[in-house]
Design a protein around this ligand. Structure first.
Ligand SMILES: [Zn+2]
Ligand SMILES: [Zn+2]
Length: 379
């Protein structure tokens, strides 16, 4: 079969690989019809995720038709059209039983992080869905059957970015009328904005980014006010000025480890920021009002553990919540919201390419060319 494969920094290729096989009685094999490229795939593409091995296939957002099932799979059968959550979860361990599906104790044989499709051996070493076929472990737990009135483009957003944006708003303690700042107007940030406004009652949304077309998109699609941090002398001061000097009620970091921009010297604690940084998080913690909430859904890897402004956070009574979204907690509700027309999750799609064109898709997405927001691949 054809599959995208990693060959080193900024080098992905479409190659021939063996079709995945049933390896366990609870496995299913999915014939992928639509896979998406995620902002977090760019961290892999930039070789920033430890233990990303040559030949690894990326892709944790996919929709397809069940092709084959193991003898213990009862929840889906060949021919079913399904979306698969990005977390791989067994459904029966300590964490899964508490709904903490992103922390499954059984899905990752390499360490105590959870399992994720196509996201290096750090999260289990599972080949992802940017391929003609993908192996789906624990197929009684993850895959969700899709009704005919949900398109592939809508459904593939339910694998990660819609639940992740929604989770970012859910853990931000938003009260009706609150002002919520979302750092990062990429696909996940846009879903956080829409969720905060439409489902959690935020009164004002302020989007922070430095890519003009993305800020315009956030203003148009999510009703956001915008701050281009390249155009203001001090992003934190700007956010305070926009909120009567007090600061926003909640800040959602939808950027993660590849933030651009820089913290004021005073906030760096004497540490020089290196390639990859916690700039967006630093701004969030400095800008939010006392007693406010910081919600972190942008991805941070292990090298970034030490750049944390704990003194600011502790002395201003902030609440910090964060994590990898437990998609299974949200996906059925968000699918229902989609069917009822409360949201059309395909609003972020700007590019649809064949799998063969995937390397170009990565380039367009990475370089933010052609007003790219979200790329779908069709194997
Ligand atoms: Zn993703
Ligand atoms: Zn589990």
């Amino acid at each position: 079969m054809k599959a995208l494969a990693y060959y080193g920094k900024n080098d992905v290729r479409v190659v021939e690989k063996p079709k995945p096989q049933i390896e366990h009685p609870e496995d299913a094999i999915l014939r992928v019809t639509t896979a998406a490229i995620c902002g977090s795939d760019l961290h892999l593409y930039h070789s920033l995720v430890p233990d990303t091995r040559i030949g690894h296939t990326f892709g944790h957002e996919c929709v397809g038709i069940v092709d084959e099932v193991g003898p213990e799979v009862t929840a889906v059968q060949p021919g079913d059209r399904v979306v698969v959550p990005f977390n791989i979860a067994c459904g029966r361990c300590f964490f899964c039983e508490r709904g903490e599906y992103s922390q499954c104790a059984n899905a990752n044989p390499y360490n105590d992080l959870g399992g994720i499709y196509g996201y290096s051996h750090t999260t289990g070493g599972y080949d992802g869905g940017q391929a003609e076929y993908v192996r789906v472990p624990y197929a009684n737990i993850g895959p969700r059957k899709l009704p005919d009135d949900i398109s592939d483009a809508q459904a593939v957003m339910l694998a990660d970015i819609f639940p992740t944006g929604y989770f970012g708003a859910d853990i931000a303690n938003i009260q009706p009328g609150d002002t919520v700042v979302v750092f990062g107007a990429g696909p996940v940030g846009l879903f956080a904005m829409k969720s905060a406004r439409d489902f959690f009652g935020a009164g004002r949304i302020i989007a922070v980014d430095h890519v003009p077309y993305r800020l315009e998109f956030a203003a148009r699609e999510c009703g956001a006010e915008t701050v281009n941090f390249d155009e203001v002398p001090d992003c934190v001061q700007q956010l305070r000025d926009l909120t009567g000097g007090r600061g926003p009620d909640a800040c959602i970091d939808a950027v993660g480890l590849e933030a651009s921009g820089s913290l004021p010297q005073s906030a760096q604690g004497g540490l020089l920021l290196q390639a990859g940084s916690t700039v967006a998080l630093g701004w969030a913690i400095n800008a939010v009002r006392p007693g406010g909430t910081i919600s972190i859904i942008g991805v941070y890897g292990p090298p970034f553990n030490h750049f944390f402004p704990i003194g600011w956070a502790m002395n201003r009574n902030l609440t910090l919540r964060m994590g990898q979204t437990p998609v299974l907690q949200y996906i059925d509700d968000l699918m229902q919201k989609t069917r009822e027309g409360q949201i059309d999750p395909s609003f972020v799609v700007t590019h649809e390419l064949s799998l063969d064109e995937a390397p170009r898709g990565y380039e367009i997405f990475e370089r933010k060319q052609d007003e790219c927001i979200k790329v779908l691949l069709h194997p």
